[in-house]
Design a protein around this ligand. Sequence first.
Ligand code: SAM
Ligand code: SF4
Length: 328
Amino acid sequence: MTGLYDSFQRPINYLRISVTDRCNLRCVYCMPDDGICQMSHGDILTYEEIYTIVQVAAELGITKVRLTGGEPLARLGLAELVQMLGQLDAIDDISLTTNGTLLSRYAPVLKRAGLKRVNISLDTLRPDRFKRITRGSYDVADVLGGIDGARSAGLSPVKINVVVMAGINDDEVLDFAGKTIGEEWHVRFIEFMPTAGVGYSPSRFVPVSEIQKRLEQLGELEPCLPHVGNGPARYFRFPGGRGTVGFINPVSEHFCFHCNRLRLTADGKLCPCLLSDDEVDLKQPLRSGVSSSELKQLIVTAVSSKPLRHHLPEGGLPEGRPMTQVGG
Ligand code: SAM
Ligand code: SF4
């Protein structure tokens, strides 16, 4: 068996890299009310350090990377990192998850640097609600401009991630789904996950089954294949629809048995599971001149400590890093 496998024989080929813990928004479901204790500049991995980690991870079996944050476009020169990672032959897919507010400015340079595709988080189409959810100084128009900019630059597909929260934006699921009929929107509805530091309440949770039921008003969803990737989303299309509707249900029907990913935080910790507080430090060893085979061993250690599944249903809530410091 070649490649990287965890102790449950799951192939691990996907690395999500948080390039910064900073964000220009403060989404209610992600950023704690009182903000985060920000990492100091010196604590954050340089692009060269990220490159070294990905190079070694690629030798082990990682083939796909996604850049995330905080807000990845809040870090200067991200296109430079994309270009560096694009030089690694074993990496066949480089993607980005962003809140889209800065994307219209950066999409062309990112595309030229080798970025293939982008996921954009957008939880409401309504300007006043956007301000309330994101608690920032940006407008929904900035994100819509980012979506247009990404498409014009040739990033494809452009997927829209919507975290559905009862009483906050769940009355917009039909509006978002409707966009996939007349326009080439690829919308993914994500269940609200309880994460560290955020005032989560079970009363805000909307299971994917409920969202699917509401969408029946628009027609019968037909299953379809994903454009790219082998992530946890299941995809559908309305008859004649130009776009797709995806569902991601990490809570109601966890997909841990197919989990293929690792996460690297901006300060160089490798996290085997989004919903566990375990992590393996790569930064200090890297800065102390670790050899590439020792770095490989640390990655293998993280992989072998990947738990079989998360324990949200039994009340096992993560207490460590807020989502904005892990990258989703
Ligand atoms: N700032 C970028 C963005 O918003 O896309 C990247 C980082 S953000 C942490 C990555 C993803 O995590 C986003 O799609 C966001 O919606 C999702 N996310 C954050 N908190 C979440 C939560 N409590 N439940 C479900 N998804 C969450
Ligand atoms: Fe920032 Fe993204 Fe979290 Fe919103 S979801 S606070 S944009 S990191």
